[in-house]
Design a protein around this ligand. Structure first.
Ligand code: FAD
Length: 319
């Protein structure tokens, strides 16, 4: 086990990319194991960034695909640039990515292939699995990696930097792995997906976000009306969420969702670093704030200084 050198950076240099969580084990021969997240027979986008991160490390990259659809996903993974081998755990016990069952599986695969680095995307799933795995293997976990300088020097936090993995001409070999004996104490109950008429916040092309300045649940309706006119998703700052003006699933930022739409409209949001962490990769940023010195204007492409209660309804009406 070794510690890593950590640098702090925070700029707009890293566009449209995601962070990676990783575990490091000091061995002579560099090799990586990537946990592949997938859903509805599709590889998760953040996992594609993670594969590129593993490739950047330099050694051979193995991918672990688990669950009932593992074989099908393995075919897709094997074709990705950067992947040298795909390991398949074709077993429904691994559906839904319960940390309790994925962790021993990863540990067992790691024991077989003796990887020096184990990587997963910085998702809810990765964040549940990697700390357990680190404890199990008694090694250090490093979160939020945005760039790799070498096998022991990593740049963090947030604002990821790895482009998604792309398809190559040939497919890497795949092999089956036998699941270790696992007794799970938790069971998957169900997934409740909130049905909404608006686009999904994480993948919407346009996001309209409101901050503390909307002042109330009624005030937040101004944000929703504009979003509906634009066919946009609704977002919010943590201050708006904490004040109860909207649901916490709308929070954008370091501790909320990370978005990178074509257009992000920030209304009555000051531009705290934790908010910027979740939206600064947006292609075009428009801000409305009554304070001409609001920090949000520093990263905005279009800035409107004025009262949101006047500007936003006018804008909505004119669209
Ligand atoms: P404020 O900072 O209060 O800004 C309100 C803005 O509205 C001001 O700029 C003001 O000039 C403007 N305004 C006021 N009235 C009007 C008006 N009538 N018309 C136009 N403009 C007006 N924050 C997040 O957003 N997301 C996160 O994920 C997040 N994670 C955090 C994690 C940690 C560990 C910590 C410590 C903080 C986190 N925060 C997060 C909180 C963050 O630091 C800020 O407190 C928060 O983003 C502020 O929200 P705001 O911009 O809505 O409110």
């Amino acid at each position: 086990m070794f510690s890593s050198l950590v640098k702090n950076i925070g700029s707009r240099a890293f566009k449209g990319s995601r962070t990676v969580g990783s575990i490091f084990i000091n061995r002579a021969q560099l090799s990586s194991l990537v946990f592949i997240e997938h859903k509805n027979k599709k590889i998760d986008n953040a996992t594609l960034n993670t594969i590129t991160a593993a490739k950047n490390l330099g050694g051979p990259v193995s991918a672990l695909v688990a669950g009932s659809d593992a074989q099908e996903i393995a075919g897709q993974v094997a074709k990705l640039d950067g992947i040298d081998k795909v390991i398949v755990a074709n077993n429904p016990i691994f559906d839904n990515n319960l940390a309790e069952v994925i962790t021993p599986l990863l540990a067992s695969v790691h024991e077989n292939i003796k990887s020096t680095h184990i990587l997963a995307s910085h998702s809810n799933i990765g964040k549940r699995i990697l700390p357990r795995l680190a404890a199990k293997l008694d090694v250090q976990q490093i979160s939020d990696i945005i760039s790799i300088e070498n096998e022991s020097t990593f740049v963090r936090p947030v604002y990821a930097a790895f482009p998604p993995a792309i398809e190559k001409d040939s497919a890497s070999p795949t092999e089956e792995t036998t699941a270790p004996e696992i007794t799970a104490k938790s069971v998957w109950v169900k997934e409740e997906v909130i049905k909404a008429d608006r686009p999904d916040l994480s993948s919407a092309k346009i996001v309209v976000s409101g901050g503390r300045a909307v002042k109330s649940v009624e005030g937040f309706k101004i944000i929703q009306d504009l979003a509906d006119k634009l066919g946009a998703a609704v977002g919010a700052s943590r201050a708006a969420v904490d004040a109860g003006y909207c649901d916490n699933s709308l929070q954008v930022g370091q501790t909320g969702k990370i978005v990178a739409p074509q257009l992000y409209i920030a209304i009555g949001i000051s531009g705290a670093i934790q908010h910027l962490a979740g939206m600064k990769d947006s292609k075009v940023i428009v801000s409305i704030n009554k304070d001409p010195d609001a920090p949000i204007f520093q990263i905005s492409d279009y800035s409107m200084v004025g009262d949101l209660f006047k500007i936003v309804p006018e804008l909505t009406e004119k669209i």
